[in-house]
Ligand binder design. Structure first.
Ligand SMILES: Nc1nc2c(ncn2[C@@H]2O[C@H](COP(=O)(O)OP(=O)(O)O)[C@@H](O)[C@H]2O)c(=O)[nH]1
Ligand SMILES: [Mg+2]
Length: 376
């Protein structure tokens, strides 16, 4: 099987017959199966079974009695059950005319990219089917915003909000994907660097029935973008915070046992540095260890940067307090935040940089991690 076409459906009984007929005609002669991942509360599953029986195209139905993660979760489920080397995702409401399938599939099978996306914004594409001005605005706004936030990963994408695309299933890690709403393509594009080719796509008006998109999707998309962008930062902050508390406790314990405060501070510092590193290794970056530099090198880079950051920060604090009217506590607060962000960036981009998979030519702009925008 070359291609599994995944069609998520939620109460789309009016469109199933036409969708299967037009798809069968369009993909004629290709090794393709169609999988409906259905969360309907109406008779859509029944209709799918009847329609499937009347067609030559292999059609399978996955009905989720207890749907998780809505549309995005349905597409993930489709990826899991797919027999194809490639998965194509297409809406079930005929907004993606099935006649676009040959172009998408042949580009996928004939090229070297691992993701082929239909773009409404390429010459020859069209977004005429966006139902109202608000949708048009939100689509353009979120496209601009995400391209700004992920310049490298979305470098070759003009339409990361598209719902019509093909992806090579061996190029994605299903456990890494955490779709929150409708924008599963964005999730795939931002989790790791994909090799993207686009083809023009038309977004037609809906067939029968009503859109299931609502204002909640804006909130979900916002959360998705935040999660994709900040990645492991909350975990990194938590480890740093626990380390600081541990540092104080160790110091207090040593001093209570009669150790001088400087010796106590040094011992507490060393223990904390090692403890933080082990926590990072075991918990936060365990999935990136294998592809990164060697253990001793990670430790040397991590501890070295932390020591350097502390020294530079203290020196800058001295400069700021001596030369400006800024209060020392305020200055230290701001410097601690800056230091934290630098440490985080350094761990993402250097300490746990994925060496093997990096093709230098692809990473010519700044502001992103190689592939570690990170799952939780
Ligand atoms: N399985 C599943 N499909 C869904 C869900 N929500 C929407 N869909 C399907 O996803 C596709 C796109 O949804 P649609 O309502 O047309 O959204 P719009 O095109 O953004 O207005 C359609 O085929 C829907 O039936 C869901 O929660 N579960
Ligand atoms: Mg639709």
């Amino acid at each position: 099987m070359d291609v599994t076409i995944i069609v998520p459906t939620f109460n789309e009984s009016l469109n199933v017959e036409e969708l299967v007929s037009r798809t069968e005609k369009a993909v004629d002669g290709r090794a393709v199966e169609l999988v409906f991942v259905d969360d309907s509360t109406d008779d859509t599953p029944e209709v799918i079974r009847q329609v499937a029986a009347r067609h030559r195209l292999p059609v399978r139905l996955v009905h989720r009695a207890e749907p998780v993660d809505g549309l995005g979760g349905a597409v993930l489920e489709g990826f899991r059950v797919a027999n194809g080397t490639w998965a194509v995702v297409m809406d079930g409401d005929l907004q993606h005319p099935p006649e676009m399938l040959p172009g998408l599939i042949d580009t996928a099978l004939g090229g070297s990219a691992n993701l082929v996306a239909g773009s409404r914004f390429l010459e020859g594409g069209s977004a005429e089917g966006l139902s109202d001005g608000l949708r048009v605005f939100l689509t353009h706004f979120s496209t601009r915003l995400t391209k700004l936030l992920f310049p490298r990963k979305l470098r070759d994408s003009t339409d990361p909000m598209s719902g019509f695309f093909a992806v090579r299933l061996d190029a994605i890690d299903l456990d890494e994907l955490h779709p929150r709403g409708f924008k599963i393509l964005l999730e795939i594009l931002c989790r790791r660097q994909m090799e993207v080719v686009e083809v023009p796509a038309t977004l037609a008006p809906r067939g029968g029935g009503e859109s299931k998109a609502d204002i909640k999707q804006v909130w979900r998309l916002t959360r998705q973008i935040v999660a994709l962008r900040i990645g492991r930062m909350p975990g990194f902050a938590l480890i740093g915070f626990c380390g600081a508390i541990a540092n104080l406790l160790i110091m207090a314990a040593l001093e209570a046992a009669g150790t001088g405060y400087l010796t106590a501070a040094i011992v507490a510092g060393v223990v904390t540095i090692i403890g933080n590193f082990l926590a990072q290794e075991a918990w936060l970056y365990h999935d990136l260890r294998a592809g990164a530099r060697k253990l001793w090198s990670r430790f040397a880079h991590s501890a070295g940067f932390n020591a350097l950051e502390t020294a530079v920060r203290t020196f800058v604090l001295w400069l700021v307090v001596e030369l400006t009217p800024i209060h020392s506590i305020i200055a230290q607060g701001l410097l601690l935040i800056a230091g934290f962000l630098l440490r985080y960036a350094y761990h993402e981009k250097v300490v746990y940089r994925q060496l093997a998979e990096i093709d230098e030519s692809k990473f010519d702009d700044v502001g992103e991690t190689a592939r570690a925008d990170g799952p939780r």
